[in-house]
Design a protein around this ligand. Structure first.
Ligand code: ADP
Ligand code: MG
Length: 399
C-alpha cells in the first residue's frame, strides 16, 4: 500500500484521532432507517481504541446543506444508534461559532467517541477552504480517512485536513482500496469486465478506461443497444442513444487496438410492454424488430458465452445490470451471470469486485452480494475510480 494504515500506528497511542467517516445514511423523520454505514465505521473506531487512542472524533457530511445550518440535516440522529452499536455513549459537538468543536474534543480521554455536526454546515467544506481544514485539524493529532465514498471530492474534511495532520487510511478505506487494486490496479489475468446499465453517455469514460485495461469486456443493458445499432442491427423501439453511434464505434476500435475482446449481446429478450411478466420473445441479433419491440435483457446464448469467458477469467469487475432486472423475467441474464460469478468466487477461481448504485441492488436481488470478493457501495467514487481518475481523498493519503 502506498499510504499509511492503522497498522503503522503503534500502541500506546495516547492521541486523539480525527476520523472522516461516511454517515450519509438513509433517514426518515429523524430516524436512521439503514445502519450499514454506521457498522462499516466500527472496525476503525475499535482499532483506534484498542491502540490506546484517548479520543476518536468523527467527521461526516449529511445531505446537501450548502454551507448553512439546516436543522433537518443535523447528524444528531446518528448519536443514539451509533452509541448502541458501539456499546458506549457517543458525544455530540454542535460545532457553532460560539462553541467550536475543538472545545469538546480537547478533553477526550479513555477512547471517548465524539461525533461532530455535519461538515457541510461550513461553507468552506466543499470549497476546501484552508481555514476549515485547519478547523478540523484542531480536533486531534492524527487524521484517518475511512470514507472511500467521499474520496472523489476534494473537500476540507476529505482532502485539506490530510495535508495538515499525519494521515492514515482507516480499515474500511484500506479494505476498499485493496479490493480495487486486486480488480483493476494489479489484477490476475485474464481479466473480465461487465458493464451494463441504461446509457452509454453516462459511462463513456468508464468504457474507455476499461477497454484499455481489460482482456475481455462484456457490454449489456440498455447501453448495448447503442453498440448494436452502431453496427447496423435493428433495435426497434429500445432505449438507444443513436447520436452516440460514432462514439460506440470508436470504443470498439479502441478495444480492438488494445486487444480487449468485446462481448456484445448475441441474442436478446424483447417485449412490448415495460412491466413485470410482459409477454416476451428471444431473438438473435439482426432479427427484424418493430418500433413497439424493446430489448429488455440479454438472451441465453449471450449468458452462456459470458459464463464461458468468466470460467476462464481470474478477475471480474462489474458495474451495471445486463437487463431491466427490476422487472422479472428481464432479470434472468443478470441473475444467471451473478450466480455464476458467485460460484466461481466461492470455489476460489475468481476475484469478483462489483459496485455502483443499481449493481448492488441487482446482486442483492440475485442473492449473491455476500459471495462476491467485494461489493462497493461507494457509488460515485467507485465509478470515478473505474474511470481511471485520481481520487483526491485517496491521493492526499499518499502524499
Ligand atoms: P448502475 O447504477 O449500476 O451504474 P445505471 O444506473 O446506468 O447502472 O443503469 C441501471 C438501470 O439500467 C436499471 O434501472 C435497469 O433497469 C436499466 N436497464 C438495463 N437494461 C436496460 C434495457 N435494455 N433497457 C432499458 N433500461 C435498462
Ligand atoms: Mg444507477
Amino acid at each position: 500500500m502506498p499510504f499509511k494504515t492503522l497498522d503503522d500506528l503503534t500502541a500506546p497511542l495516547g492521541l486523539t484521532a480525527v476520523v472522516r467517516v461516511d454517515f450519509n445514511v438513509p433517514m426518515e423523520n429523524g430516524r436512521v432507517t439503514d445502519d450499514t454505514r454506521l457498522r462499516v465505521a466500527l472496525p476503525t473506531i475499535r482499532k483506534l481504541q484498542s491502540l490506546g487512542a484517548e479520543g476518536v472524533v468523527l467527521l461526516a457530511h449529511f445531505d446537501r446543506p450548502k454551507g448553512r445550518r439546516v436543522a433537518e440535516m443535523s447528524l444528531k440522529p446518528i448519536v443514539e444508534p451509533l452509541s448502541a452499536l458501539l456499546g458506549q455513549s457517543v458525544g455530540f459537538a454542535e460545532d457553532t461559532p460560539d462553541h467550536p468543536a475543538y472545545l469538546d474534543a480537547e478533553n477526550l480521554s479513555g477512547g471517548a467517541v465524539l461525533l461532530v455536526e455535519n461538515t457541510r454546515f461550513h461553507a468552506g467544506e466543499e470549497t476546501n477552504d484552508p481555514k476549515v481544514a485547519e478547523h478540523f485539524a484542531q480536533l486531534g493529532d492524527i487524521y484517518v480517512n475511512d470514507a472511500f465514498s467521499a474520496a472523489h471530492r476534494a473537500h476540507a474534511s476529505t482532502e485539506g485536513v490530510a495535508h495538515i495532520l499525519p494521515a492514515y487510511a482507516g480499515e474500511s478505506m484500506r479494505r476498499e482500496l485493496t479490493a480495487l487494486d486486486a480488480a483493476l490496479g494489479n489484477p490476475q489475468r485474464p481479466t473480465l469486465g461487465i458493464v451494463g446499465g441504461s446509457k452509454v453517455s453516462t459511462k463513456l469514460d468508464l468504457l474507455k478506461n476499461l477497454v484499455s485495461k481489460l482482456d475481455y469486456l462484456a457490454i449489456g443493458g440498455g447501453m448495448a443497444n447503442t453498440f448494436l445499432f452502431a453496427q447496423g442491427y435493428d433495435v426497434g423501439g429500445s432505449l438507444c442513444e443513436k447520436d452516440l453511434k460514432d462514439t460506440a464505434l470508436e470504443i470498439m476500435a479502441a478495444a480492438a487496438q488494445a486487444d480487449c475482446r468485446l462481448l456484445l449481446p448475441l441474442d436478446v429478450v424483447v417485449a412490448q410492454e415495460f412491466k413485470a411478466n410482459a409477454a416476451n420473445r428471444t431473438e438473435d441479433i439482426g432479427a427484424p424488430l418493430t418500433d413497439a419491440d424493446k430489448i429488455f435483457d440479454a438472451g441465453p446464448r449471450t449468458v452462456d458465452e459470458l459464463c464461458k469467458i468468466m470460467a476462464s477469467a481470474k478477475t471480474l469487475i462489474w458495474n451495471g445490470p445486463l437487463g431491466v432486472f427490476e422487472l422479472p423475467p428481464f432479470d434472468a441474464a443478470t441473475v444467471a451471470a451473478a450466480k455464476f460469478a458467485a460460484q466461481q468466487t466461492k470455489s476460489g477461481k475468481l476475484v469478483a469486485v462489483a459496485g455502483g448504485g443499481d449493481t448492488v441492488a441487482a446482486l442483492n436481488h440475485a442473492g449473491v452480494a455476500d459471495d462476491m470478493t467485494f461489493v462497493s457501495t461507494a457509488g460515485g467514487a467507485f465509478l470515478e475510480w473505474m474511470e481511471g481518475k485520481v481520487l483526491p481523498g485517496v491521493a492526499a493519503l499518499e502524499a
